[in-house]
Design a protein around this ligand. Sequence first.
Ligand SMILES: NC(=O)c1ccc[n+]([C@@H]2O[C@H](COP(=O)([O-])OP(=O)(O)OC[C@H]3O[C@@H](n4cnc5c(N)ncnc54)[C@H](OP(=O)(O)O)[C@@H]3O)[C@@H](O)[C@H]2O)c1
Length: 173
Amino acid sequence: MHQLTGQKQNVTIIVAMGQQNQIGLNGTMPWHLSDDLKNFKKLTIGHPVIMGRKTFDSIGKALPNRLNFVITSNPGKVRAYKVCPVQNLEQAIKQAALTGKEIFIIGGASIYKQSLDMADKLIITHVAYNGEADTYMPSIDWNQWKVVDKQQFKKDNRNDYNFEVVTYRKISQ
Ligand SMILES: NC(=O)c1ccc[n+]([C@@H]2O[C@H](COP(=O)([O-])OP(=O)(O)OC[C@H]3O[C@@H](n4cnc5c(N)ncnc54)[C@H](OP(=O)(O)O)[C@@H]3O)[C@@H](O)[C@H]2O)c1
């Protein structure tokens, strides 16, 4: 739990990354994993989600049935239906915490970097991808995290690569 506002909030980072920590290519993800997207939807639905402006641009609209916070230095420019533009991560967390629900940080790299210290859960899709990327997950200190759940998926006609969805909990210091 992270304490920012006098209240405690559960902050979860959710990310899909390749074998060299790749997360993005040309403003989008380097793979298509239909079952991972389904899982992402199942986990985040009904929850506040926080993203950077570039990730929002790549999605192109608010994720339905979720409170969408978009971090940008130009809130006036992010005008989209059902989106809350905010000026920084702290503001996003403070507002999202008012829901009392688990808060999901959904990327991209710049927002993951700023939020790694305040997260208490990571849901990482480890993708068997070795290819090109231009955006990478910042490095994670694995000593701070323990695995609490693992699910494996095979490459098939819906999923470009084998992948594993692993849930990690912060080891309390
Ligand atoms: N694999 C995955 O799970 C995953 C998940 C999400 C995204 N991605 C990929 O990651 C890539 C995008 O990541 P990215 O790091 O380039 O961009 P990003 O984190 O999505 O967005 C960066 C933007 O967020 C705003 N921002 C960030 N920190 C801020 C701060 N402290 N104050 C004010 N504004 C702030 C700025 O917007 P302004 O320029 O408007 O000020 C900045 O340009 C894409 O390729 C996307 O597909 C992958």
